[in-house]
Design a protein around this ligand. Structure first.
Ligand code: A2P
Length: 224
């Protein structure tokens, strides 16, 4: 009989170490609380509730998915295209179990997802699969995506609305980044202690952090 090939994981990524995970969970929940109370946010509440008179508790609205991580390659146990090639790269094998510092530069909130925008270093980009930014993007949006720097999709999913899959966070982030580089400027801008908050229409919010938050993380594969 042929020796069985080792199974591929569900995905690879950088996993926040547990102390950092706790800290990020707390501070991002604080941000949601702040956002919830802003008049600017209340003005657009119907994009979250479907009803302008209804209130929303954002902390309840988003369900946290742990462990918090920044996905590099979604392998789907080998079913995803390019998964095997990714796993076989020397840099991927050598990096498993090694630590790095992820730099969180912004936060996104949409009616679907809540996420942290990660800025990757050139070294981290070596683990970023070619074409990963484009996976699952509708063809109509591709020109905008192609104009963004490689690694633009890098993020940590902090929470999803009921019934929404985590993969949506990266798509929401790209949509926001495309809008930011386009001619349409943010509709509302508010200076908060944490940074500059922009409203991008259709319930999409972006907080550009005044100071990037550095998070210790470990590169690893993950299987359920
Ligand atoms: P993300 O990286 O945006 O958080 P799930 O729990 O749905 O099986 O997903 C496991 C992880 O893999 C999640 O982190 C998720 O999204 C990511 N993921 C799921 N599907 C895809 C996909 N098609 N492309 C890229 N990443 C994916």
């Amino acid at each position: 009989a042929q020796p069985k090939e080792p199974a591929l994981p569900l995905f690879y990524g950088w996993f926040l170490i547990s102390e950092v995970e706790e800290k990020i969970k707390c501070s991002t929940m604080e941000f949601l609380k702040t956002l919830d109370t802003l008049e600017a946010f209340k003005k657009h509440i119907s994009e979250f509730t479907g009803d302008a008179d209804k209130e929303v508790d954002l902390e309840q609205y988003f369900q946290t998915k742990t462990p918090l991580h920044c996905t590099t390659e979604f392998c789907d146990y080998g079913k995803a295209e390019g998964a095997k090639e990714y796993a076989e790269q020397q840099v991927v094998k050598d990096s498993c179990g090694t630590g790095t510092e992820l730099s969180v530069v912004g936060l996104i909130v949409t009616p679907r997802t809540f996420g942290a925008h990660v800025s990757l270093t050139p070294e981290q980009l070596l683990l970023w699969p070619t074409g990963a930014d484009k996976v699952g993007i509708p063809p109509a949006d591709l020109p905008g995506v192609e104009a963004l720097p490689v690694g633009s999709r890098a993020h940590v999913t902090l929470g999803c609305a009921a019934g929404v899959e985590a993969v949506q966070t990266g798509i929401d982030l790209l949509e926001i980044l495309i809008l930011q580089q386009g001619e349409e400027k943010a509709v509302t801008v508010e200076e908060l202690e944490l940074g500059t908050l922009s409203y991008m229409g259709q319930g999409r919010w972006y907080l550009a952090l005044r100071e990037p938050v550095t998070c210790d993380a470990i590169f690893s594969s993950f299987s359920e």
